[in-house]
Structures are given as C-alpha cells and as structure tokens.
Design a protein around this ligand. Structure first.
Ligand SMILES: Cc1cc2nc3c(=O)[nH]c(=O)nc-3n(C[C@H](O)[C@H](O)[C@H](O)COP(=O)(O)OP(=O)(O)OC[C@H]3O[C@@H](n4cnc5c(N)ncnc54)[C@H](O)[C@@H]3O)c2cc1C
Ligand code: FES
Ligand code: FES
Length: 1359
C-alpha cells in the first residue's frame, strides 16, 4: 500500500468541459456547495439538501476503460461530496445551453410548453431529462417516469413538463402527431430520430400560437412545430483527458479538511489497511445515508473512505447459484443486471430478482439509485430499508472481510441485525459482497412495500416473502417472512414461519397465518412512526396478497391440486402499471380580427421561463456575495412553551463567529414586537418561547457552515410552562381562543327542529406545508447612512416587510427598501411569515453594519414558518327526503398557533366559504381562532376557503349517503343560481356554476362512467373505484377592505423601451407576464418592448401582498391606467404622424418635453367591509366558479390509491393568458390533491413537528397526477368586474382537488357496503393510505385491537 503521503491530494474534475484542479478541497464540501459558492454556477439549486427534491440534479459522466464507454447518470449534487467526483465530468444546467449562446432542446421545450412557473425546480428537471436523452435519444414515456422519480415541482402539476418532454419520446407518435399529414413527428418516427419539429425553425415568442385550427376553440398552448430539433450528435463531448489519463480514476487520493479526512483507496488491500487503521471510519459510496446524517443529525465522521475504485467492491459476478454483487455496486446497476437476467433466464430462476426489481421501482428517486449502493443499504440497517427484508427472506449471503482475519461469510438472517442500525459486522471489517441466490421451481418469492407516496418514499411497512413447497405438492416445506417497519430492525416472523411448515396452501393456512403474524409482529402503541393498527394490518394484508399470488402460480403448475384465482383475486394482486398520461386543454381562441401584437387572450410563455430553464434566472441566494458579507445561523426554540435563559459563550469561541444577537440587543420591548395585524410576536423570543421553531437569536459568522455550527453551540435552558396547548381539542378544553365570529342567517334552530331529517357530524382537516421549492432567502444590506437599509427578499409582501423592519430598526419607512426579483414559489407561505426571519436578520445586519444573508435549510423553513390552518368542524344539518338542505349549523375551529398573524381573516374566509356552491336559507356558522403553542399558522392558497368548502362537501356527501342516493343528485339539487343570495347576503350575479357543472358532467361522461364503476365495484372486493363531481365557488377580493388597492409605475425611455413596475410580486404564477400583456395591449406595442425588472417598495409604495388571487385584477387595472395615461399623452404625436412607429412617437414626445412616466392607481369599487352583526356589506368583488369530475381506484388491503382521470371546467372569464390560467388550474388542483391525500403533518404531543423535509412530508410527485387530465376554460363568460373581462385564478381551482377525496370516500363507501357497515361515516382529511385502509374494515382489521386512549403516549397527535 502506498504511504499516505504518496497519495494525491489534488482534486481534479471537469465541469461543463472546464478542468478544475483544487489542492485545498474540504471533504465536507458537497458538490452543490462547490458549484454554487466556488464556481458561482448558481443554476443548480438547493431545495432540500437531503436528496428529496431533485432541484440540485446534475449529470456525472464516467469513462469505463475496460468497456471503452462513457456512462452518464444523474445525481443529487447536495449529497455528493465534491471529493467523490475526482476523475469525472460534471454537467450542470449552464453547460448545456443558455439564452446567450443558444438553448438546448430540453431547455427550450420545458419553457415553451409552459413547464416552468417559479422555475426553482426547472434546472433539476432539465438535467434529469438531459441525462435521459444522453442515454436514450428517443426515450419512452415510461423512461421519463423513471428518470423523474427524484424530481419535485410544487407549481405546475407536472402535466406541462410531461407534455413538453413527450415530444422527445417514441410515445409522441402515439397521438398521431399534430394531425398534419406531413407531421414532422411522424417523419421523426420514420427516420428514427426523436421527432417533434425536426427541421422546423420558427423561434417566435409572442407569435408562437397554434393558429391553424379552424374553430374558435383551441387545444394548443404552444407551437409544437416551432421547437428546434434535438440532435444527439451535437452534445458536448466527454473531456478527452479523462479518457487518456487513467490515473485520475485509479490513483489513491486523500483530502484533509479542518475536521474530516477523505481517502479514496485504489485496491482492496489499501481499503482494508485503512479500515484497520481507522476502525471508526465511515465507508461512503453514494453518501445518501451519511450525507443526511451529517447535515441533519449533526454527525461528524472524521474519516471517510470512498471505495468506488476498488474492483472487488464494484464487481458483478454470475455464479451457478446466483449473482454476487460487490458492496459498492449501485442500485441502478443492480436493476440493469436483473433486467437482463429476467429476459435471459427461466422465469422460475429469477423470482427473487423480479421481486427486487419491482421494489427498486419504488426505491428513492433515480438520482439516489444512481449513486447509492447495495452495501450502504444493508450496512445502514435502517428498520425500513427496502432491500433488507427481501435479502433476508431470500437468504442472501454476505462476504465480510478484514485485514487481520480475511474473509468470512454470513447468511442474512434474523441474527444479522443486533439493534437499531447495528449489525454483526466488526469495526475493522468491511462488507465485500452480497450473494443473491436464484430460485428453484416450487419456490416462490414476492416483495411488498407501502409508503405514504408510491414513488420516492420510504416504507411504512415492507416485506419479503418466500415459500418452498414439498416436491410437486402444495405442502409448505419452508417459509421465510421478513418485515421492515415493525421493529427497530428488519425482523422475521419466526412463529409463523415455523408453525406453517407442513401445512397445505389453503384458506385454513391463511386464517392461521393471520393470527400468527399478529402475534409475531406486535407493536407498542407508542412506537415511533405511529400508525400502529395500520402497520399491523399491513403485515397481514401483504401476506394475504402473497398467499393469493402463490396460489395463482401454484395453480398453473399444479392445476389438479390448486384452484386458479378468480378475477377479483387477480385484481387484488395486480401490480401498479405504468400508463402513458393523457390530457387535453381547451380554451377559446382570440377573435379573428385581434391585432397580432395584442397578446391578451393568447398563451404567451412566462417571461422568465427561458432563463429559468437555463439557470440564468436569479433568485436571492444566487446574488453575488458582498466582500464583507456575513451569514446568519438561527438559534431556534426546541420547546413549545417555556421560560428561557441563554448562554452563547461556547458559540462565540468558534473560529469565524462574529457575534450573537438576541432580544437583549433590542432597545425596547416595543421595538422587539411585530405582527401583521396586531403586534403580538417577538422579533427575538424575550424571556420565554411559545412554540418550537421560534427565533431566539442569530449567530453571525463568516459562512453558512460556521454560523450553523455555532448556532447549535448556543445553550438555551428551558423551564417548561403549563399548559402547553398543541391540538385544537386542547385549545377547546382550555378555551384558548384569540377571537370568535358568528354569521347567523334565517332561523336555524326552528328549521332544524322541523326538518324531515337531521344529521350531525364532525370532521378534521389537517394543515399543509407550503413546500415552495425555494426556502426563505433574504439578504439585508445596511447602507451606512441615515439608517438606510436594503433587503433583497423572497417575500410576497414587500410593504409588510418594510413596515416591520422600519419599526424594529426605529427608522421611518422611507429608509427601508425591500426588493423582490422573483420567488421560487410562495403559495401564501411568504405573505407574512417571511418577516419572522427577515426582521431579525435586518436587526443583525444593522447592528454590525454589514450585509447579512440567510437561506433557510428545508427543515428550518418547515419548523419556523407555519402551515395552512388545521380545522375541526362540528356540524348539524336539516334536509328533506329529496336532499334539499334547509338549515345548517356549523362550528369551525382553526389551529392558529402562537400568534394571530392572518388567522382571523382565514377563519372569516372559511366562514364565507362554508356554503361552497350550495344555497341554504338558514345558516349559523361560528368560527374560532384557537391560540396554541404551534408555530403561527398562516395564509396558504385558498386562505381558509378550502377548509370551509370541504366541510360543506362533507355534509352534502353524508346527506346523500344517508338518503342512499348518488351524491351528485344532492349536490345538483342545492346548487346556487344567478340571483341567489349567499348566507352572508351577497347577491350572486353572472353565476356560472351550473354551466361549469353541466359542461364537466358531460365532458367527463359522468353518468355512464358512474354505472361502469358501480359494476366494477359489484365484482370486486379488494379494489374499489369511486367517482365524484365537485363544484367550487370562490369569492374574489381581500376581505380586509383596505388591501383592495394597487399601484403601477410606467417609464418609457427615449428608445421606446418600457420599464414597468407594479405592486405585485412574481412567484411563478405568471403575474409579470400578464401585466406585460396588459401593458402591451394598452400601449398597443409588442410585448417584447416591455420589461419588468423587479418589485420594489421604492417604485410602488404601500402595496398589498400578492395574495387572495386578486393581483392580476388589482395590478392589472393599475397598469392599464398608467399605460393609458402615456398613450393619451402620445395621441397628438400619433395624430401628427399616423404612419410613424412607436419609437417615432416617443422621440417626438420626448423632444417636446412630454413626461413619459406615469403612475396608475386602482381600488376595487363596490365592495365593503362585512358587518357580522348586521349581515351587511359586500366582501367580494365577484366569484370564480368551476367544477371537476375525478375517478379513483383504491386498494382496500393497503390503502393505496390512484387517480385515474380528472376533468375540470373552470370559469376564468375571458382569459388573459390561457397557458398561465390552465397552468394555475393544474398546479392548484395538484396542490389540492396533495392537501386531501398525501400531505400529512405530524406533531409530537409536545408540539414538535416530526414531518420535516421531503423525506417525511410528501407532496405529489410526477406519478400522483391523474392519468388522464382534461382541463377546459368555460367559454362565453366574460367578467365585467376585472381587467379585460378576466377572472382571478390563483386560488379557486385548488379546492377541486377535493374531488379526489370524495371519490376515495365513495370507493370506501362501496367497501363498507360490502362489509354491511353504515355508508354514513367519518373520513378526515387527508385521506392517507392509513385512513383509507382503516376505513375499509375486513377480516384483518377486525382482529386488531386498539389500545385505550389515555393508557399510552402516542408518537404523534392530530393538531
Ligand atoms: C432521498 C432519499 C431517499 C431514500 N429512499 C430510500 C428508499 O426508498 N428505500 C431505502 O431502503 N432506502 C432509501 N434511502 C436510504 C439510502 O439511499 C440507501 O440506504 C442507500 O442504499 C445507501 O447507500 P449509499 O451508498 O448512499 O450509502 P452511504 O451513505 O455511502 O453509506 C451508508 C452506510 O453504509 C456503510 N457502508 C457502505 N458500504 C460499506 C461497506 N462496503 N462495508 C461496510 N460499511 C459500508 C457506511 O459506512 C455508512 O454507514 C433513501 C435515502 C435518501 C437520501
Ligand atoms: S436539494 Fe438536492 S435533492 Fe433537494
Ligand atoms: S416551477 Fe416547479 S417548483 Fe415552481
């Protein structure tokens, strides 16, 4: 072995073709940090830092000398240590194209297909697609699904991304191309290239619309022929030096950092020597486990060894008995190997491989599978490892090796794991290889996994199951059952395995197994992870599926002995199948005579989309560093309600720490107070904390790593205060409310008494994390004079930030400028809660008089910033025999958290929305804002509306179930019409709910599909389908009257270019694009002459937050007024020179000393504050309407669900931009779908958020959207109350996601009917897999007894 000092310590790799050599690399530095901070390649984004969002995706390319082949694979740069890319080529989004040098086809297509809204996910998605194309120039849609398992997008709803990339695929031809006989796609199909638009050359921006269709209806949101062709031969070449210089891949490396040493041995003996010298060293391959431990669990591993160049650990060897994988072989290589074997071997031999292949489909995302190794999974010993149960049941053999004792072999059985993340491998040993056996005839093997989200999620429970039968019989000879998620380690079911030997494979075995498994796999009611009954049920459900699958296979082999499965049983074991997504979008074309330069009504591309796709778009943390800049590390409370004392002394000793700032630094209690409506929050927690995640202090240090390390060294002593109120139930018990409000219309009591039928119910709706892809990011820059300070901020509310900062600094508001270029998503989460971070940041910056930056880690963001309000609803309804609702009484309780924030207004909107789209003359609704010790809950798209509406729909659904009629009949019977008054006495004008309803019902073919579903349900017990049609009515306006105002500022420069400013912020929703369209139409110039640089409080003052869906309405009118002034000033010059150009008129006006700058101001007319006592006032300007039909299928045994189809018809008035509006509908629907199915927040009984980060909190991924998704904009419904007859769109469609919830409920209802149970039942939201499974009682659940509440401490509580 070479001496350590003979090893190279210079890191060498290539980035986008440029050679990087670094003699001083810190092994703790990730590739992402290196790219962003050192190389200033900021296109690659940080969304989570834990491999869960894909924003950091880059492509690595490696030359294989033996095969003379370059392999390309995507990885998460946030987890890959930069030291691990020695000898590799890294390609980032900047390397493949730019707006300056030319776009790559992937960048162009995602942008022009409207697949980029806020753009923060876009570079990662571009790089996943790019990597796929490098490996498969004409991929299939199935491959796209596979490559995108590790990417998330919170804005688009994925449809437009898939649609744009479909043009690269072989599946693009399935739709028959564009319909033209000479379609380039078809030509592409024939020529073997990847089709779409090969050879077409149009490169327009505004004029890119599909005008060839004959009718007034269009379904083409972008020009499918205008894309430039993709030519794989033009891709950047692999750096020749990396091919020639074999040393780079084989040399022994060592890098020494301040805290960590990194070794890359080049032989097994070197590896064993190192492990012998450093028994505590961590071996890292993908670093997907270790990277997360270091970042989020504060682990420091002083010695890291990367064996990626040790031949033995990377070998794949075929033996007679099976395949041996070196421990460093990646999961992707295992997949590829098994795929080959599945085709070349006899079916029975590869049953274990097929089960592992199926499991790997659901194992993490593609980027993780490309990096992570089999050895890492085994050695981590996670109790929910997906491979360990399979390997254990398979009887895999491990070869371990040490320098002193050489090799030894151990079978992976129940003795391998010795405790939580512990095993029998000795400290000086390494795992060398894993032998996975073939199966024999008469041996059957299956694997199972249930997670919250189907793909890229860790298991709730998983299992590997193998049975061997006596020769040519159905008598069990051996049974191996291994489970994950049921104990601190992967476990086997020893009693079951033993007692079933010798038994016949029939129903009595199944019955016995059910009882034995429950005995074998007990779970404490307090077990970490919760979901106790569900997890226990899953073990038996899996066995039941195994039983059926084996029966099915046995029946083919031994038809005389074993019955084949019937259709219902076949259906029960059906695997999830990929289907190519289908979709349509329908909207009205602009009138025939509309000027070609008038962009209103046209699907103009988001103005930043191209920059977002190339990584050029600048977000706060992409801004260059100031020379004297500091970074802020936050000290956050870990107790929910406690007195505190702080000792920062240890933190201040750390090298690079400048200062600690806390409440002691504030000059007065008043200056330490803030809050958006009442000042009831502390800038820095003062003497006590009232929630977990409250900011106690800030460490200022030279960089992020130092600041965060030092923040963890600040000691906070807590003395808990009682009560600690966490849940709504706690708050009700303690009568802990900020406020309560009542709307009382008609005579509820009397009518309820007289009603033919009365039902009472309760429902809880969970909160929702915003999960904007860009976390809170702020840069505070003190100007050094007159108390001036500039804040670059990812906020939806620059004015609020300006006010609160000025108050905290003790300066007038005119000294603070808040600037927002764009945000990587907001969804309401950046309306007020950003001030929780930006205000203390500005205090810190001002105290040291230096720029200070922060970008929150994802877990910090989730723990600090609050969520959508969880609500509890108690209701009582009176109704007639035909389902007409006559009276309703509803109590709404919202969990407001530790400060009032916007909770009062949120509860108001919930109260205004509790009718959804239904008329009822007698309504009493009371709303309570509960004061609890959770982080303050806040605005989230819909702002209380979805909660109120969900409860309305729950009432209607239960009424229908009670009357035993299809719920659509009850809905239809109660729908509002024009001329009706709401329960808050607002008259409904131009009410289009019935048109949306009828159109969607027809478009979705609701009635005939409903009867097919009924027939499916009659024939199936273990899978059920459900369909529902759900309307939405959403009031548009801020319910706080004063916020319904907006301003704009237009400058026209002497060259004719226009700089537009308005009060709204751009967070992906396309507001700037729409405002440019409005300005373009009003000024009568083409949109490309108009630019919006940013939103800034010194351009347009006193702005309202960009919220309440009202920003296009408000700012659009202000922009129109401002532009109109300019246009009027130009009239004399136009009259004088009518054939002249815009530039001519501007020049003439300029030389004539005419002001070419104008402001516009708008306030919404005809609305007023609502008086709850008198039921007077007009809170809303108008209402937006829509309706959706969704069909789902559920697996009653596991609780899994799939959304089969959704149809939406939405009234957006006359759309300003159909692409943006449809994008908002699809994105909002998908967010709504997440809200009511996947997204579940879990808190400990002490108020600690347990679901932090994308690993624990699941937003919808690519695979969760409807397999068929059709969206139509209602035609012929101009809105007289907003700019150019348009309607607001941001929030209203979100609630249509509830159609998924109620379809699931219908499917469950069918399962309950089969079981003879009441179909009037409570289902809380979200309808998680756990809730679905447990709502479908059967022979399994009836055997599981729950522990008595109060007799144990649960892992989590419903807040
Ligand atoms: C976003 C994300 C999603 C994930 N999803 C899943 C999932 O769905 N299912 C699942 O099971 N896991 C999942 N994981 C966990 C993880 O990816 C896997 O466990 C993976 O196989 C670890 O491999 P690695 O090479 O990255 O391990 P590393 O992090 O490099 O190492 C992990 C551990 O193994 C030890 N080790 C590695 N090789 C050897 C060796 N040869 N000898 C001795 N010790 C060794 C290391 O010292 C370390 O303790 C996920 C992780 C992330 C970040
Ligand atoms: S930032 Fe790397 S996956 Fe999220
Ligand atoms: S565009 Fe995908 S997260 Fe915003």
């Amino acid at each position: 072995m070479p001496e350590e000092n003979s090893a190279s310590s210079t890191l060498v790799f290539f980035v986008n073709g440029r050679k990087i050599e670094d003699d001083n690399v810190d092994p703790e530095c990730t590739l992402l940090t290196y790219l962003r901070n050192k190389l200033r390649l900021c296109g690659t984004k940080l969304g989570c830092g834990e491999g869960g969002c894909g924003a950091c995706t880059v492509m690595l390319s490696r030359y294989n000398h033996l095969l003379d082949k370059v392999t390309h694979y995507s990885v998460n740069a946030c987890l890959a240590p930069v030291a691990s890319v020695h000898g590799l080529a890294v390609t980032t989004v900047e390397g493949i194209g730019s707006t300056r040098t030319g776009l790559h086809a992937v960048q162009e297509r995602i942008a022009k297909a409207h697949g980029s809204q806020c753009g923060f996910c876009t570079p990662g998605i571009v790089m996943s697609m790019y990597t796929l194309l490098r490996n498969a120039p004409v991929p299939s849609m199935e491959q796209i699904d596979e490559y995108f398992t590790g990417n998330l997008c919170r804005c688009t709803g994925y449809r437009p991304i898939l649609d744009g990339f479909r043009t690269f695929t072989s599946d693009a031809f399935m739709n028959g191309g564009c319909g033209k006989t000479d379609c380039c796609k078809l030509k592409g199909a024939n020529s073997g290239t990847n089709g779409c638009a090969n050879g077409a050359s149009s490169d327009s921006s505004v004029g890119e619309f599909d005008e060839y269709e004959e009718s007034s209806i269009s379904h083409s949101l972008y020009d499918k022929y205008g894309f430039k062709s993709y030519d794989p031969t033009q891709e950047i070449i692999f750096p020749p030096e990396l091919k020639v210089n074999t040393e780079l891949q084989t040399s022994y490396l060592q890098f020494h950092g301040p805290r960590v040493r990194f070794y890359r041995p080049s032989s097994l003996s070197q590896l064993l020597q190192l492990k012998s010298l450093h028994p505590a060293a961590k071996i890292i391959v993908g670093n997907t486990e270790v990277g997360v431990e270091v970042k989020f669990k504060n682990q420091v591993y002083p010695v890291l060894i990367n064996p990626s160049n040790v031949t033995e650990l990377n070998a794949v060897l075929e033996k007679d008995s099976g395949i041996v994988f070196g421990a460093s072989v990646t999961l992707t290589t295992i997949e590829e190997t098994f795929r080959v074997h599945a085709t070349k071997q006899k079916e029975y031999k590869t049953r274990i491989y097929s089960a592992i292949l199926e499991m790997l489909r659901w194992f993490a995302g593609k980027q993780i599978r490309n990096a992570a190794a089999i050895g890492g999974n085994i050695m981590t010993g996670s109790p929910i490892s997906d491979l360990n149960p399979l390997l254990m049941a398979a009887g895999a053999t491990l070869t371990l090796c040490s320098k002193e004792r050489g090799e030894r072999q151990v079978v992976m059985d129940q003795s391998f794991f010795t405790g939580y993340r512990r095993n029998i491998v000795l400290p000086d040993e390494i795992l060398l290889s894993v032998h996975i056996p073939y199966t024999n005839e008469g041996e059957y093997f299956f694997g199972y996994k249930q997670a919250k989200r189907r793909d890229d999620d860790i298991a709730i429970v998983n299992a590997g199951m193998k049975v061997i039968f006596e020769h040519e019989s159905d008598i069990v000879k051996q049974l191996d059952l291994a489970f994950g998620g049921m104990a601190p380690t992967t476990v086997m079911a020893p009693i079951t395995m033993k007692k079933l030997i010798g038994k016949k494979w029939d129903s009595s075995l199944l019955e016995e197994a059910t009882m034995l498994l429950l005995e074998d796999l007990p779970l404490s009611p307090s077990a970490p992870g919760g979901m106790i009954e569900y997890r226990r049920a899953l073990t038996v459900s899996f066995f039941f599926k195994f039983y059926l699958s084996v029966q099915g296979q046995l029946s083919k082999r031994l038809p005389n002995l074993v019955q084949p499965l019937n259709d219902m049983e076949e259906n029960a074991i059906r695997l999830y199948e990929h289907t190519t997504p289908k979709n349509t979008q329908v909207f009205q074309k602009v009138p025939a005579g509309q000027s070609p330069i008038d962009p209103i009504g046209r699907p103009m591309t988001h103005t930043s989309a191209l920059k977002q796709a190339t990584g050029e778009a600048v977000y706060v943390d992409d801004m260059p560093r100031f020379e004297n800049e500091l970074y802020a590390g936050l000290v956050l409370s870990t107790h929910a309600h406690a007195k505190i004392t702080i000792d920062e002394s240890s933190a201040l000793t750390l090298d690079g720490v400048e200062r600690f700032i806390c409440a002691r630094d504030m000059p007065s209690i008043e200056r330490n107070k803030m809050g958006c409506i009442v000042h009831d929050e502390d800038v820095f927690a003062y003497e006590k904390v009232t929630c977990v995640g409250q900011i106690i202090g800030i460490i200022l240090a030279k960089d992020q790593a130092t600041a965060q390390r030092a923040a963890k060294l600040v000691k906070v002593h807590y003395e808990d205060i009682k009560p600690c109120i966490v849940t709504i139930q706690d708050a009700i018990g303690e009568k802990s409310y900020y406020n309560s409000y009542t709307i009382n219309k008609g005579d509820v009591e009397t009518v309820l008494k007289r009603s033919a039928n009365v039902l009472e119910g309760e429902m809880h709706m969970g909160g929702q994390e915003h999960f904007y892809l860009e976390t809170n990011a702020h840069l505070a820059v003190p100007k050094g004079e007159d108390g001036e300070l500039e804040l670059f901020s990812s906020t939806q509310n620059p004015t609020e930030a300006q006010k609160l900062i000025a108050n905290a600094l003790g300066v007038p508001e005119n000294r603070v400028v808040v600037r927002v270029k764009r945000m990587g998503g907001g969804f309401g989460g950046k309306e007020t809660r950003t001030c929780t971070i930006s205000v203390p940041l500005c205090i810190a910056a001002s105290l040291v008089n230096r720029p200070v930056r922060i970008m929150l880690d994802r877990d910090e963001d989730m723990v600090i910033t609050g969520t959508r309000h969880p609500f509890l609803c108690r209701w009582k309804v009176g109704f007639s025999a035909d389902g007409t609702v006559s009276a309703i009484n509803m109590d709404l309780y919202a969990n407001g958290g530790n400060s009032l924030d916007l909770s009062g207004s949120v509860v108001h909107r919930a109260m205004f929305s509790m009718d959804n789209a239904y008329k009822c003359e007698n309504v009493r609704v009371t709303g309570y804002v509960c004061k609890t010790n959770l982080p303050s809950n806040t605005a989230f798209r819909g702002f209380g509306g979805p909660q109120g509406m969900l409860f309305a729909e729950d009432v209607v659904q239960r009424v229908a179930a009670f009357l035993n009629v299809d719920s659509y009949l009850v809905r239809e019977r109660n729908l509002y019409a024009t001329g009706d008054k709401t329960h808050f006495n607002q008259l409904l004008e131009n009410c289009t709910i019935r048109s949306c309803w009828d159109e969607v019902k027809q478009q979705a073919n609701y009635c005939s599909r409903k009867s097919s579903i009924d027939s499916f349900n009659r024939q199936n017990k273990y899978r059920k389908k459900g369909i529902s049609i759900i309307p939405v009515k959403f009031g548009i306006a801020f319910t706080a009257l004063f916020l319904n105002q907006a301003g704009a500022l237009v400058h026209v420069y002497s060259d004719g270019s226009v700089l537009l400013s308005h009060g709204g912020t751009e967070m992906g929703q396309g507001l700037h694009t729409k405002m440019i369209q409005v300005a373009s139409k009003t000024l009568q110039i083409s949109a490309d002459k108009i630019h919006i640089a940013e939103t800034s409080s010194d351009k347009v003052p006193n702005t309202s937050p960009t919220a309440a869906s009202a920003s296009s309405d408000l700012n659009g009118m202000a922009v129109m007024y401002a532009c109109d002034k300019i246009r009027r000033r130009l009239e004399p010059y136009i009259a004088k020179n009518s054939k002249g150009s815009w530039e001519d008129w501007i020049k003439a006006a300029y030389f004539d000393r005419v002001s070419l700058s104008a402001t516009g101001f708008y306030r919404t007319p005809g609305i007023s504050n609502f008086d709850f006592e008198k039921l007077e006032g007009t809170p809303f300007n108008y209402f937006s309407y829509g309706a959706a039909v969704t069909e789902v299928e559920i697996d009653c045994l596991t609780g899994d669900h799939s959304v089969l189809r959704t149809d939406i018809v939405m009234d957006v008035g006359e759309s300003l931009n159909p692409a943006i509006d449809i994008g908002q509908i699809e994105g909002a629907f998908t967010q709504g779908l997440g809200l009511v199915t996947l997204e579940e927040l879990r808190f400990s009984p002490e108020g600690v958020l347990l679901t932090r980060g994308p690993g624990a909190y699941k937003i919808p991924g690519f695979q969760d959207i409807p397999k068929e998704f059709n969206v139509s904009l209602l035609r012929g419904a101009p809105n007289p109350r907003a700019v150019f007859s348009s309607k607001a769109i941001g929030e209203p469609p979100l609630f249509l996601g509830a159609s998924v919830f109620f379809s699931i409920k219908e499917a469950i209802r069918s399962a309950r009917d089969d079981a003879g149970l009441s179909s009037v039942f409570r289902l809380d939201s979200p309808a998680t897999a756990e809730r679905i499974r447990m709502a479908c009682p059967d022979f399994i659940t009836e055997k599981i007894k729950s522990a008595e509440p109060g007799t144990f401490k649960p892992w989590s509580v419903t807040v």
